[in-house]
Design a protein around this ligand. Sequence first.
Ligand code: ITT
Length: 196
Amino acid sequence: MDLLFATGNPKKSEELKALLSLHDYNVLDLNDLHIDTEIEESGKTLHENANIKATFLCDYTQKTALAEDSGLEVDALFGEPGVYSARYAGIPKNDSLNTQKLLQNLQNIENRAAQFRTVIALVSQKGTFSFEGIIRGKIIDTPRGINGFGYDPVFVPDGYDQTFAELSSDIKNKISHRANAVQKLITFLTINKHLL
Ligand code: ITT
């Protein structure tokens, strides 16, 4: 069954496709749908932005649509960069500049605890539903690894020694914030198939 997902981030989309194909869902992202509109993420929370993106796609297609907004929340920075994770070092979005800025802001700070959080929004004619996933970990001083995207080279999930960019995509897709949120979405869709 097709799931329309309002994301233009190819790496995020790759993860969503891998996670949802295991349950026979076929993710169609903005590229697959040939929609090149840049959706303005004007919300102040991950929930608001996920709703904005899913509502745009639901209005555009007149079909049930999903979106996810995610971010890195660093304890010592009081939850920053959070909802601004993608644009932390400014526009245009740049993963390595964002990571550099993060490491600068954490210089000489001992508490490296952080978490990734994902909020998935499902918007249909019958209402809006959301699903959240979190993974805790810590931020290291020097980026390591080439897998994944965003802040993966500096994030070591709790219980592991390698960064998300060193771990295989199979392991990331078992434990990540996105995997946790997708699991809740799948459970919900199993009971609420009529929403699709
Ligand atoms: P869409 O809005 O088109 O989906 P985006 O990249 O703008 O794509 P977000 O607004 O949700 O996505 O921003 C998420 C940012 O948070 C992303 O660009 C990364 O910097 C960071 N991020 C989220 N999930 C991540 C992950 O699994 N690994 C590393 N960084 C991640």
